[in-house]
Structure formats: C-alpha cells, structure tokens
Design a protein around this ligand. Sequence first.
Ligand code: GUN
Length: 285
Amino acid sequence: MATIISGKELSAKMKAEMARKVATFPEKYGRVPHLVVILVGEDPASQSYVKGKAKASEVVGIKNTTILRPASITQDELLSLIDSLNADDSVDGILVQLPLPAHIDEARIIEAIAKEKDVDGFHPLNVAALWMKQPCIVACTPKGIIRMLDEAGVEISGKKAVVIGRSQIVGLPVAKLLLDRNATVTICHSRTKDLPSVTRDAEILVVAIGRPRFVTADMVSEGTVVIDVGVNRDPETGKLCGDVDYDAVEPKASVITPVPGGVGPMTITCLMENTIECFEKKMGK
Ligand code: GUN
C-alpha cells in the first residue's frame, strides 16, 4: 500500500500558517497583499479555478480582486488593463487565467505583466531566472510538487526522475526543479520511443500529459513515487480523474498523489505563497 500525499491536507496546513503570517502584515506594512485575477470569457473550468483562487485568498487573508472581461475583449484592451495594474502600487500580484481566446496572443499577454507581479512565474524573465538558478518566482504547480515530495520525506537527490509532458507550465519547470535537487531527470513526450520502458526505470514519476488514466500499472515499477498532475473528466463517468490509473498503480507505488485532492490544491496554495513573496519583496523584507 502506498503512502498517499494529500494535497488537500498539506494545503490546509500551509494556508493556516500563511494566514497567521498575513495577519501580522497590517501592523507591519499597513495593508495585506493584493492579488488581481483576470478571467476572460466564460470557460467553466477557468471559472472554477478562479473561484478556487478567490476562496484560498479569503482563507489566507489576501485581498483578491477578480476582473471579468468578455471573450470579445481585444488584445490591446487586455494589454492596457495589465498596464494599469502594473502601475497600480496597491496591486502585488497579477494573474491572467489561461487559456485565452484564440485571437489573443498569450505570450504577448504574459510578457506584459510586470515580472515582479507575475505570481504565476510564467514571465520569460522569471523562466530565464529559474533556468539560470537566479532568484525568481517559481510556477505554482512545479513548486507544489516539490513541496509534496518534501512533505512525504522523499529523497530526491540521486534519484531517477521521469517527467511525462514537456509543457512550459509544468513539465519543463518541474524537470528543472528536480534537476536542481540533484535528480537524474528524463523528460518524455509524445515522440518518446517505448515509453513504458522509460517510465519503468523511474524512481520518481511525474505525469503531466492531460490524458485520463494514461499511466497504467505495467508502466510503473514496485516502489515508485508517483505524482499525478492530470485533471481530466473520465469520458465514461464524467468524474474527475488523473493521468494515472490510480486504482491499478497505487498498490505498486510507494507514494502517490490522488486526483482530486492532490497536486490541484497545492497549485492554488503555492499561488498564495507567491503572492505573499511578491508583497514582501516589494515591502523590502
Ligand atoms: N490555467 C490552467 N492552469 C493555470 C495556471 O497555473 N495559471 C494560469 N494563469 N492559468 C492556468
């Protein structure tokens, strides 16, 4: 039986700690951190993520402003909204919920956010700083994954880590963070030949590919640490499921994360951490 890392429980603990810290800020700094989330359009998944961010902000004591804009907003209008938030000294963090409508260039939008307010850690200068081992804002999901491994007491150094997925948001940054912790990292993707032979060699397996129950028991060796980043709808039941066939893989794993209640809550919690970091840096801590 695997040790199950509950992202939900760890998140609750971290949020309680952050709430205690934030409660000291009004006296220390005259105000609390302020996170602005921009949601363009009415995608139900994005709406739900944005709600989760507002709720977590409330628990931690961070001021949250959610700005809703129609899917018809032009790129220039969105850019000028970001400009005004960049210039607003009362705003510490800016997050534009992705994906954006097809007529808007996401890269252009991310680049427009002041790097000091880029709580997602997606700005090219933050990404570059991560790869150059300089101080930076680290993307929330990869940051949350490392926290979960640490919480479970998983030794990363010297381990063979395999990451399935090479996205800018998860696969690439988590691979870099694992490398920085002295893992030997392999990144797999759709063109990887004989994927099961690669994943069977993993001591730590991070799966961020976005395909329901993609990782099956035959792809995992006994004792592997399995981190499931997937959030999918089961095509048959409509229920949430991960990228890992949990029921089949859990008996072989030494440590595993569930879906829901695993990596997902940690992403939002690390967003709270990043917002506090941006605030404290600004306040000269
Ligand atoms: N859409 C899905 N995940 C994310 C995320 O981490 N940040 C933003 N901004 N949009 C997302």
